[in-house]
Design a protein around this ligand. Structure first.
Ligand SMILES: [Zn+2]
Length: 291
């Protein structure tokens, strides 16, 4: 089976090297679970690209499997780094499942973000510690590595997962500080206003298309997570959002400005994202020709 060949080849690359303990433990534990038939592998003929060429699936029967897209399998070459990068991403989801079966089923935006961010982080560590010197990296892998080293994966999460990790962490910290009574509601509100204005300024002063896109996605993340924090600092009843806005017109104004901006630019940004994903996919295919 080709999928076992891919796993065996990554096993040889990792070997006993524990430069990233996360990569090492994840790989070894999931490899063992596959050998024990605790996790199965399968091929999906419907997945016809390499960029999103694999997934981790929990079926209604509770059977869990690592799914390899047909295109991934058909294009696999032992010298293609990207095939291993995407494999370790799905292995991370599988490992999270092995550690705590309830976390994988939790579909809240927060749980989803954390799950995808940790899978992106393990991709970065595989690239940095195991693939960097030995393979001809693709553009998306270079981007992930650069973002891992420069901004703690914020730009990579923004472009690849369409959600900014720095904005997520900003809201996560505000929530934790508020719940632990470390800061007051007024401090939270003033932080929200300050952050919202700074995001809008960054967007309006950005000059190149890529920066505009990055700032726009950060605004979209802010817009998405604002609801959650208001529910927490509001009184928790159904009208809390309306009540809150009535009492905090600056937040309401910010929310509306962001809403308008995101609606106005939706088509252009989607087009730019599609072009970027096509560029990465083409680059992976071109890279394969050199393997
Ligand atoms: Zn994922």
């Amino acid at each position: 089976m080709k999928q076992i060949e891919v796993i065996n080849n990554l096993s040889k690359i990792i070997g006993l090297d524990q430069n990233s303990i996360d990569v090492y433990n994840t790989f070894k534990n999931v490899e063992k679970a596959i050998n024990n038939n605790e996790i199965s592998t399968e091929i999906d003929t419907e997945i016809n690209n390499i960029l999103n060429g694999m997934c981790f699936r929990i079926k209604e029967t509770r059977e869990v499997s690592i799914v390899f897209g047909k295109k991934y399998i058909d294009t696999y070459n032992p010298n293609s780094s990207f095939h291993y990068t995407i494999l370790i991403h799905e292995f991370k989801h599988a490992y999270d499942y092995l550690l705590d079966k309830s976390t994988v089923v939790d579909s809240s935006p927060k749980a989803f973000h954390l799950k995808e961010l940790s899978a992106l982080k393990i991709e970065a560590e595989l690239i940095k510690y195991y693939l960097f010197d030995k393979f001809n990296l693709t553009e998306i892998e270079k981007y992930i590595l650069q973002s891992y080293e420069a901004d703690n994966l914020d730009s990579a999460s923004t472009l690849i997962q369409d959600d900014s990790s720095s904005i997520f962490l900003f809201f996560d910290k505000l929530e934790a500080d508020y719940l632990s009574k470390y800061v007051s509601k007024d401090v939270i509100i003033s932080n929200l206003i300050q952050k919202g204005h700074s995001l809008l300024n960054d967007y309006y002063y950005a000059i190149d298309e890529m920066s505009i896109l990055l700032h726009s996605i950060r605004i979209s993340s802010y817009h998405k997570y604002l609801n959650g924090i208001i529910r927490i600092i509001g009184d928790g009843n159904k009208n809390s959002w309306l009540e809150f806005n009535k009492n905090n017109p600056q937040i309401e104004k910010l929310f509306k400005s962001m809403d308008e901006l995101l609606c106005r630019n939706y088509k252009v940004h989607m087009q730019y994202m599609n072009n970027l994903y096509s560029f990465w996919e083409m680059d992976i295919l071109n890279n394969l020709k050199k393997c």
